[in-house]
Design a protein around this ligand. Structure first.
Ligand SMILES: [Zn+2]
Length: 114
């Protein structure tokens, strides 16, 4: 399961950070995710609550901030932002486009107690 792998990575990273910096408790976790990743935030919240049980992050609030996909067209030179994942220029119909943003996946913010 895609969400399980990503959430498991986040959980492991948070455990590492807590161990390294002796953080006692994590109150809040904010994840930044590109729209192209098509993740289900409710499912990730559920998985995180389960994986973090018995760790400093147990009971932490978990939320996901979405970054829209931004494309640039090589033919007409325009850029646009969309929730659509199609590699197709909305201005000229060209398929010669680059994805500039939308694949991000990272911990954006952690609120902790030491
Ligand atoms: Zn174009």
């Amino acid at each position: 399961m895609y969400e399980f792998q990503l959430t498991s990575r986040i959980n492991n990273t948070i455990q590492d950070i807590c161990w390294r910096f002796s953080f006692r408790k994590v109150n809040r976790v904010l994840i930044k995710a590109g729209a192209m990743r098509k993740i289900n935030p409710e499912l990730m919240t559920f998985i995180f609550a389960s994986l973090s049980r018995g760790t400093p992050a147990e009971g932490a609030s978990f939320s996901v901030m979405f970054i829209p996909a931004t494309f640039r067209c090589h033919d007409c030179g325009r850029t646009w932002t969309t929730d659509d994942s199609e590699f197709l220029c909305i201005h000229c119909g060209s398929r010669d486009v680059d994805l500039l943003t939308g694949l991000e996946f990272a911990i954006d913010f952690l609120e902790v107690e030491s």
